[in-house]
Design a protein around this ligand. Sequence first.
Ligand code: PLP
Length: 517
Amino acid sequence: MTVPTYPVETTAPPPVRATAAAAARAQLLHDGSVEQYRRTLADGVDRVARRVATVDQPVTGITPAELAPLVDRVDLDRPLGDAGAALDELEDVYLRDAVWFHHPRYLAHLNCPVAIPALLGEAVLTAVNSSLDTWDQSAGATLIERRLIDWTATRIGLGPNADGVFTSGGSQSNLQALLLAREEACAAAIDPAARAELLPRLRVLTSAAGHFSVQKSAKLLGLAPDAVIAVATDPQRRVRPSAVRDEIARCRQAGLVVMAVVGTAGTTDFGSIDPLAELAGICAAADVWLHVDAAYGCGLLVSTTRRHLLDGIERADSVTVDYHKSFFQPVSSSALLVRDRRALRHATYHADYLNPARMVEQRIPNQVDKSLQTTRRFDALKLWLTLRVMGPDALGALFDEVVDRAADAWELVSEDPRFEVVTRSSLSTVVFRYLPTTGPGRELADAANLYAREALAASGLAVVAGTRVDGRHFLKFTLLNPATTVEDVGHVLELIAHHAGRYVYDHTAADLTCHVG
Ligand SMILES: Cc1ncc(COP(=O)(O)O)c(C=O)c1O
């Protein structure tokens, strides 16, 4: 009997397709491509190293309108076929105009220069590509993450039942903390009707200087639009404990349920640390969940001189730490810690294909049981290698150095009559504005400060941040780079005064011309 043959439909003749697939396979990391892996990565590392060694400004000042056409011009359907050529192209669309956080005059946001052992970790973790959801996708990686969670919880002092999980950042850590708090608050509302009745009455108290991710989380968690109550701060921008106490009482009288108080250990703008011990006492007395957002201030956990500034944090129910801020780790590296590991069950879902409930009885450590994410990077490796190479004291010394530098910067600004400074930070920010003691610069201060920030960034010589304080426009230094000197800060202040003064001059000169005309 003859077997009938049928024509096979293909878009390309089989030999061509096979060649293409073979070429593509060479781009996958496997035993036959390790030389190419070594060479390609070394080339990439080399390009970055050259840039880091030679950039003399934190930014080039390029605008989105100038850069976008270069990115748009790239035809993603026509590959270059060669990593060297792709890196050449990358120089134009990314590296040349990147924002360089290692530059001492990058003073804007909470971005840090990164520890080299962490970069080693990054290279290893992405190549191995472990996924931290289940043991069968991670093995030792899960145990390493768990050790780091225990280490951090011990540094905080959360006690023997603590646990936690790495997250993508402070926003996700805060979201998960509030999810747990919401579920704890709803524990008694078992039937759906009771829960539906309770949800709109839930409230979260946080400092008026707290991070906006608290508001965003409340929205994501289906709370009422006015669920987050911003509590007044003192002149140092720390939440007033008496105001928190009063607000809890007021909520209760109004039939509302305070599901959490969020204390901030390092507010984004002012680097202020809420009185954590007092907040802990108030929350314990009122039986309210205390979450401490230490995304910024967590670096104090490894400081040998300033750890006491976090006193009281050990009484929190949950804590956010961002290693990618004050532990000099590359993005992303963050964690949520909880005092009582049972609270993490609110993030647990057992899927038959991944982490069936029987695995809990078999004591198989699946981190997905604690996480909002499923597939998850092994970010913990970066911190692991950093601790194994440098150790915690070295990290703490780096953070102490930038806190010291910010104190020097504060003195410099506060002694300069051209500037007004808001408050002395406990960490490493300085919020200030150009406000000469006399003259038209006072009336034009808002516009002059906005202009100075933009002009400075456009020049590429330095980058500073901006914020609003009591309705006025201010500028902000965030110091996270130990290489930044007081001279750098002084130099940037001169540049700001120059741009702001120029703005005032131009606008008053224009006014005078109008009046004369
Ligand atoms: C106090 C505070 N909490 C939370 C966050 C959010 O962290 P992330 O940017 O890692 O999501 C920030 C970010 O600046 C912050 O300063």
